[in-house]
Design a protein around this ligand. Structure first.
Ligand SMILES: Cc1cc2nc3c(=O)[nH]c(=O)nc-3n(C[C@H](O)[C@H](O)[C@H](O)COP(=O)(O)OP(=O)(O)OC[C@H]3O[C@@H](n4cnc5c(N)ncnc54)[C@H](O)[C@@H]3O)c2cc1C
Length: 406
C-alpha cells in the first residue's frame, strides 16, 4: 500500500479535472489527479468543439490558451436554417464583440495534459478500482490501484470531476442529493468527415425529417450531426445512407450543402438534461458532467465544466489563503445559478430544433413560428447570441488568482 497526502485530490482528467488542477497550481495549491483511462483514450475521445468567449478568455488568462489562439476557428456568427433557407445571426455584432471558437475538446485536453506534465505535479492515468470515502471527515480519501499496487491518497478536499458515469456522485449517500432529469426521445448521430467545411459558420437546421447540425473541427474536417432515435444502432447506417440523409435535411433552396468526404468516425449519443444538487457533500465537490448534463444542442457542457472549476478554485484559494470557508459553502449555489440558465437555454434550443415523435401539427407550426420570430427580431437574436457566446461567469478571474479578463 502506497500512502500519500495532498491538498486537493481530483478524480478525472477531463476538461474539469485538468482545468482545476492548473488553476490550483497557479495558486500554489497541491493536487493529485487520478484518471482511470489511458492518456491516448482521454485525448482521442471525440466530443465538444464549441468554446464560449469566457472559456477562451479563461484559458488565455491561465496561460494555456496558445493552442486555441493558434488553431481555434473564431466564429462571429451562426446560421439557423428552416423551410429551406439559412438565416445568419451575427453573434459578434449583437454581443459587443464576443464570439465562439471552434477548437476540439481533444485539443483542449491535450493542451491541458501538456501543461500539467510541465508543472511536474502528479497525474495518474490507467488507475483501477477508484473509490472515494470518508467524505464527511476533514481527511477524505481516494483509494485506487496503479501499476499493480494499492494507493491511498489522503486529501483536504476531493473534487469529483469524473463525468456523468464516474464514482464520485454515486458515493454520496442516497437522499443527500436531489436529481432533476429529463430524457429526450431522440439522440444525435455524429460523424467526422475528411471534407473541407462548406460554410465558415455552424448551421443549425430544423427539417421536416428532423434536426441536423453542420459544424467543423478544422479547415479540412467537417463535423455533422443528425437527429435519430436515441437507441439507434449505428451499424444500421451505411456511409452512403448517412450522406443521403445529411444532404436531404441540410441542402437549402439556394443550393448550399455540406461537402462530402470519407467518414472517419461515427457514433450515436442519447440526449439528456440532468442536474444533481447540491454539488457538494461534506468535503467532496462535484464539477462538470459529474454534477450536470445538458443536451449538446446549446454547446454548453464543456463550458459549464470550465465555469464550475473557476468557482471551485476561488473557493479553495479563499480557504488556503484566508482560512475562510465562506466561498466553499457558497460553491453549489453559485454554480447552479449559471448551470440552470444553461439548462434552460439547451432545453429551448433542443425543443425548438428537433421533431418529437409525439408532437402535433400545431407543435411543428409553433416551432416554425418560433424560428421565424427568432431570425427576424433583433431582441430575439440578441437573446440567443448572448447565451450562445456564454453568459458571464459567476465569479471574476481575479478572485481565482488570475489576471483580469473575460
Ligand atoms: C457528441 C457531443 C458533443 C458535445 N458538444 C459540446 C460542445 O460543442 N460544447 C460543449 O461545451 N460541450 C459539448 N459536449 C459536452 C462535453 O463534452 C462535456 O460536457 C465535457 O466533456 C465535460 O467535461 P468533464 O471534465 O466534466 O467530464 P468528462 O469529459 O466526462 O471527463 C471525466 C473524466 O473522468 C474520468 N473518469 C470517469 N470515471 C472515473 C473513475 N471512476 N476514476 C477516475 N477517472 C474517471 C473519465 O475517463 C474522464 O476522463 C458534447 C458532448 C457530446 C457527447
Amino acid at each position: 500500500m502506497t500512502r500519500q497526502a495532498t491538498q486537493v485530490g481530483i478524480v478525472g482528467a477531463g476538461p474539469a479535472g485538468l482545468l482545476l488542477g492548473h488553476l490550483l497550481h497557479l495558486n500554489g495549491i497541491d493536487s493529485v489527479i487520478v484518471e482511470d483511462r489511458s492518456r491516448e483514450h482521454v485525448i482521442d475521445r471525440v466530443r465538444a468543439g464549441v468554446l464560449e468567449q469566457g472559456t477562451v478568455d479563461l484559458m488565455a488568462a491561465m496561460g494555456v490558451g496558445g493552442g486555441v489562439e493558434h488553431a481555434g476557428l473564431r466564429h462571429a456568427g451562426l446560421y439557423i436554417s428552416f423551410l429551406g433557407q439559412r438565416h445568419r445571426i451575427d453573434l459578434t455584432e449583437l454581443t459587443g464583440g464576443k464570439a465562439i471558437t471552434v477548437y476540439g475538446q481533444n485539443e483542449v485536453v491535450r493542451d491541458l495534459i501538456d501543461a500539467r506534465t510541465a508543472t511536474g505535479r502528479p497525474l495518474y492515468f490507467e488507475t483501477e478500482d477508484v473509490g472515494v470515502a470518508e467524505l464527511d471527515s476533514t481527511e477524505p480519501v481516494i483509494r485506487f490501484r496503479h501499476g499493480g499496487s494499492a494507493h491511498e491518497l489522503r486529501c483536504d478536499f476531493i473534487a469529483g470531476c469524473d463525468g456523468f458515469h464516474g464514482v464520485c456522485r454515486p458515493s454520496i449517500p442516497s437522499g443527500a442529493l436531489t436529481v432533476y432529469e429529463r430524457e429526450y426521445p431522440f439522440g444525435w448521430l455524429g460523424i467526422l468527415a475528411e471534407a473541407a467545411p462548406s460554410s465558415d459558420e455552424l448551421v443549425y437546421t430544423l427539417h421536416e425529417r428532423g434536426f441536423a447540425l453542420f459544424s467543423m473541427r478544422s479547415p479540412k474536417v467537417t463535423r455533422l450531426y443528425l437527429q435519430v432515435p436515441p437507441d439507434e444502432p449505428i451499424e444500421q447506417w451505411s456511409d452512403d445512407a448517412i450522406w443521403d440523409e445529411m444532404l436531404r435535411r441540410m441542402t437549402t433552396r439556394d443550393g448550399w450543402k455540406p461537402n462530402i468526404g470519407r467518414i472517419t468516425q461515427k457514433s450515436v449519443t442519447p440526449m439528456r438534461s440532468f442536474v444533481a444538487a447540491p454539488m457538494r457533500h461534506g468535503r467532496l465537490f462535484l464539477a462538470g458532467d459529474a454534477a450536470h448534463i445538458v443536451p449538446p444542442t446549446g454547446a454548453k457542457g464543456l463550458n459549464l465544466a470550465a465555469s464550475d472549476v473557476l468557482v471551485l478554485a476561488r473557493a479553495l484559494k479563499g480557504f488556503y489563503e484566508r482560512g475562510s470557508s465562506d466561498w466553499l459553502n457558497e460553491y453549489s449555489d453559485t454554480c447552479l445559478r449559471r448551470v440552470w440558465k444553461a439548462q434552460r437555454f439547451s432545453w429551448w434550443m433542443t425543443s425548438t430544433l428537433h421533431r418529437s415523435p409525439d408532437e402535433t401539427a400545431f407543435d411543428h407550426q409553433r416551432q416554425i413560428a418560433d424560428l421565424d420570430y427568432l431570425t427576424s427580431s433583433c431582441a430575439a437574436m440578441t437573446s440567443l447570441a448572448e447565451q450562445y457566446v456564454g453568459l458571464p461567469m459567476e465569479v471574476s478571474f481575479e478572485s481565482a488568482g488570475l489576471p483580469a479578463g473575460g
